[in-house]
Design a protein around this ligand. Structure first.
Ligand code: M6R
Length: 616
């Protein structure tokens, strides 16, 4: 949440900051700002709205500010509404220092009171402004360097932060620090340094990066280079890694929206998530990342899966997979609830934490809790080098490539793919699956990318259906067994990007309440491919039909029974029941996409949302 970008070096800062903010806008987009330092003067521009509004404002005010050091920010509001004043950067009383911040300073109320008593005047409602005033206060009263003032201040704050501070009295330096919110420093040629809340704005300038650890402070000096300290004033050795990220992966590549591009990338992202891990021809599955922990799985009495949002839905599919194939009891938990409810955790529990961004604050906190009780923590994350993979004992990346659209699509199918591989790997090691089923599933899984291509060919038909239902106020999504989580995911996709109220339910639960909602206006999306619960779901469809609900059903190719009852059917290729979510979710993603576009919604940046939720 919130995008941070900073630059210090030999080039003009403004174009670098603006292009960085555009790349980071998916992290938060309610206001934006930049501050540039030149000849000992800091010029700040900030406003409510998107980065494009900021650019237009700056252009109208006389064009690009000049200077070779600067910071920029795109905000997702926590403290104070989105407006020009609350936008970052925030300044000290005398305007000599400016700061951008991602995270939440939890004790900002008491700090603000204390600083007010000492004569500080606050312009905004933000916690960020309190922190820059605190740094300023320390700097002046203790007569210390900017680094030292930041260090002392960070020892006084409670909460999460990623910050960059720029000081007109130290024009050759930027100070960056983090705790709980990500921050990465890119090291370019010729003493060019880039700072950002993720690597996306850095990759076009350099591949060499240092991910800061919690409580580390980077002193980035245009003359003396990069030095890493921590808040205890100990020097740290920076670990420079090479980014694997490719620039093309951050572009729309001819698609109208990132979300559509990412939906269409799924044959490839599923394949990439299986590459080197699934060998159908050799009858083998292996996940190198968890090889050393496989016996923990085999002997686990329980698996706990943690996640939020779409990742939690993938976790539910994981529950079906692990129980069905590996015969291990599974509990799937919202990380946000788990972390606060004094859960019972045993040392022989295996905890699987799922997160696309690898930065979700609740998931990270839940991991720390489970780790403190001695459980083994396995990560399934997409962003390489992010905080969650670094907090886990081991794990497997999803290799879906960068997901920029706020609505998660390819991350979900990649997570389900990795969960399937994991469940198969464990089941094989444990001996809980027959040879024939194991081999059949490997062959089926291998064929999934091709079948996803086939589902994507239904796009025009799905667009036609979207046109029918684009104006409804409500929608129900029903599924059973492996497809119950898909119903939840379909409903989440519709509500988050088209703002239509939608609910997902296990189909059999409908008669315990939601059936009261059904009338001739209510579209009911049934996820009803052939499989164990097929006959049961056909009965549920009849129950809706009898109450004149509109039925849109996702069915297996050649299916006739549901077709005779439904208003619309979308056919998908057949596969094993446990792999069905990888196919059934695709039409629901496309449907939500088209409905949102037809309703004129901002598909890639839906209101009130941000891509990675780094605050509680
Ligand atoms: O990065 P994570 O997977 O941890 O994010 C979890 C949720 O915030 C995320 O899935 C969210 O629900 C998406 N907007 C869903 O499309």
């Amino acid at each position: 949440m919130c995008g941070i970008v900073g630059y210090i070096g030999t080039k003009e800062a403004y174009p670098i900051l603006i292009s960085g903010l555009r790349r980071l806008e998916y992290r938060g987009y309610d206001s934006a700002g930049v501050a540039i330092l030149k000849d000992g003067e800091i010029t700040t521009h900030k406003c409510k709205g998107k980065v494009s509004s900021l650019e237009a404002m700056i252009a109208a005010q006389g064009g690009n500010p000049e200077g070779q050091v600067g910071i920029g920010h795109t905000r997702w509001a926590t403290h104070g509404p989105p407006n020009d004043v609350n936008a970052h950067p925030h300044a000290s009383d005398d305007g000599q220092m400016v700061m951008i911040h991602n995270g939440i300073i939890e004790n900002y109320g008491s700090l603000r009171q204390e600083l007010s008593k000492r004569g500080h005047v606050f312009k905004s409602d933000t916690d960020t402004e309190v922190l820059i005033h605190l740094i300023d206060d320390i700097r002046k009263n203790a007569d210390v360097t900017i680094f030292e003032a930041v260090r002392i201040a960070l020892n006084e704050v409670i909460g999460a932060y990623a910050i960059v501070v720029m000081d007109r009295n130290t024009p050759d330096q930027l100070i960056a620090a983090k705790k709980g919110s990500p921050l990465v420093v890119g090291i370019g040629k010729d003493k060019d340094y880039f700072i950002a809340s993720d690597a996306t704005p850095i990759v076009e300038h350099t591949k060499n990066v240092v991910y800061l650890d919690d409580e580390e402070i980077a002193i980035i000096d245009a003359r003396d280079g990069f030095k890493l300290m921590n808040i205890k004033n100990q020097e740290k050795t920076p670990y420079v890694q090479e980014l694997e990220l490719k620039l093309e992966a951050l572009e729309k590549g001819g698609f109208e929206h990132f979300m559509l591009k990412e939906i269409y990338e799924q044959p490839r992202s599923i394949l990439d998530s299986m590459r080197g891990r699934l060998r159908a021809d050799k009858g083998r599955v292996e996940l190198g990342g968890i090889r050393d922990y496989i016996q923990r799985f085999v002997h686990a009495k329980r698996i706990i899966i943690l996640g939020c949002g779409t990742s939690w839905h993938a976790g539910l599919v994981g529950e079906y997979l692990f129980e069905d194939l590996a015969r291990i009891p599974v509990e799937v938990e919202y990380a946000s609830e788990f972390r606060y409810r004094n859960p019972v955790i045993f040392e022989d529990d295996v905890v699987i934490a799922i997160s696309q961004s690898g930065e979700t604050a609740d998931t990270l906190a839940a991991i720390e809790l489970a780790k403190s009780k001695g459980a083994t923590i396995i990560g399934i994350c997409n962003v390489i080098g992010s905080s969650i993979p670094r907090a886990t004992h081991a794990g497997s990346y999803t290799h879906a490539g960068p997901e920029i659209g706020v609505a998660s699509t390819k991350a979900f199918t990649a997570q389900v793919t990795v969960l399937t591989l994991m469940a198969l790997y464990v089941a094989r090691e444990k001996g809980s699956i027959t040879e024939s089923r194991f081999h059949r599933l490997l062959i089926e899984l291998d064929a999934i990318p091709g079948k996803v291509e086939k589902v994507l060919e239904k796009n025009d038909q799905i667009k036609f259906i979207a046109d029918h239902y684009k104006s409804v106020p409500n929608a129900l999504y029903l599924g059973r067994g492996y497809n119950f989580p898909v119903a939840l995911e379909g409903a989440l996709k519709l509500k988050e990007i088209s703002y239509i109220h939608a609910e997902g339910y296990p189909a059999a639960e409908m008669k315990h309440g939601p059936i009261a909602l059904i009338d001739e206006e209510m579209p009911v999306f049934f996820v009803a491919p052939r499989g164990g619960a097929y006959e049961k779901i056909v009965s549920n469809i009849q129950e809706v039909k009898a109450r004149k609900g509109k039925i849109i059903a996702i069915v297996t190719e050649g299916e006739e029974q549901v077709r005779s009852m439904a208003d619309h059917v979308i056919e998908i290729p057949d596969t094993d029941e446990c792999l069905m979510p990888l196919l059934t979710v695709i039409p629901l993603q496309l449907l939500s996409y088209h409905v949102a576009v037809m309703r004129g919604c901002n598909v890639d940046q839906p209101r009130n949302l941000a891509k990675s939720v780094t605050v509680e």
